[in-house]
Design a protein around this ligand. Structure first.
Ligand code: ASP
Length: 315
């Protein structure tokens, strides 16, 4: 019997390439991933480099862009996907299985795992339990490194550089993982100035502020005042699901809304970004403005996630 069984492919002994947060991204790696994404976007890459490989996407929180773009990226690279889009209910988590056990099991079936989880630090825990690369799709109010990469890609593509820029990050900076990760990555490039625009209670956490040594940082709650000197305005959603009560969330909902009128204050050369989904922060009438870059930004997620999967599982 024994020799009729086919052994599973041997696992390599090199440590897996995890991407759990911005600290896994050195400047050379960021530059490599941005260059690779551009190659994928141009269609110049080798065909199907991940043929025969399997990606598992485990999402314990809702997602549209991140999950679909990772899955589309994997298919476009010639690989295949196993997906739990509602892992909290549809996996054995509902029976009380620990994240570590689930990851150990999925590690035995797939060649890499993309994980989104509501707890800060969950992706790092998963990486410690996994034998295959674990890539963050967002951990609660912690970080979202591939979103930050696609944001860098978008800024570079739209404005031609990633240095000596004035970038306003606006909204719920306390809970918004995309702004937290983007601030850290932008601070690695010279001469950038970050203007943190938020209500005082929703300020950027000191864990991030303390790591922004390379960048000049200003904080304000005045969007209209800050907007006139920006190269990029990065709007974010007030993160309803991170507040203790709906009443508390309601206090901040609608605090900064981009309208056609407010857009008049944004310089002509600047761009308006948003990780999406929007929950009223940008009036749909703004979409027709050529500076509204958020749908182009979402599309760029595909190229960046192709580059990340190819790096994690490929060569
Ligand atoms: N889609 C982004 C995230 O998963 C932004 C948001 O949800 O507000 O963090």
């Amino acid at each position: 019997m024994r020799d009729t069984l086919t052994a599973p492919p041997a696992r390599t002994q090199v440590p897996p390439r995890h991407l759990t947060g911005p600290n896994d991204l050195s400047l050379p790696l960021i530059e490599q991933l941005l260059d690779d994404a551009a190659v994928f976007e141009r269609g110049d890459a080798e065909a199907a480099p991940l043929r025969g490989r399997l990606l598992a996407t485990l999402f314990y929180e809702p997602s549209t862009r991140t999950r679909f773009s990772f899955e589309a990226a994997m298919h476009r690279l010639g690989g295949q996907v196993l997906s739990a889009e509602n892992a909290a209910q549809a996996s054995s988590a509902a029976k009380g299985e620990s994240l570590e056990d689930a990851i150990r099991i999925v590690s035995g079936y797939a060649d890499a795992i993309v994980l989104r989880h509501p707890e800060v630090g969950a992706v790092e825990r998963a990486a410690r339990a996994a034998e295959v690369p674990v890539i963050s799709g967002g951990d609660g109010a912690g970080h979202h490194p591939t979103q930050a990469l696609l944001d860098l890609y978008t800024i570079k593509k739209e404005l031609g550089r990633l240095h000596h820029l004035r970038i306003g990050l606006a909204g719920d900076l306390r809970h918004g993982r995309t702004a937290r990760s983007l601030a850290l990555l932008l601070s690695r490039f010279p001469g950038n100035e970050l203007i943190m625009i938020s209500p005082p209670e929703l300020r950027m956490g000191t864990d991030v502020l303390d790591q922004l040594n390379e960048a000049r940082v200003d904080e304000t709650d005045d969007l209209h005042g800050a907007i006139t000197g920006l190269d990029v305005l990065y709007q974010t959603r007030i993160q309803a699901e991170r507040f203790a009560s709906l009443d508390e969330y309601e206090r901040y909902r609608g605090v900064y809304v981009m309208t056609v009128d407010v857009m008049h204050r944004l310089p002509e050369h600047a761009i308006l970004m948003h990780p999406l989904p929007r929950a009223g922060e940008i009036d749909p009438l703004v979409d027709a403005d050529p500076r509204a870059a958020y749908f182009r930004q979402a599309r760029n997620g595909l190229w960046i996630r192709m580059a990340v999967l190819d790096w994690a599982m490929g060569r």
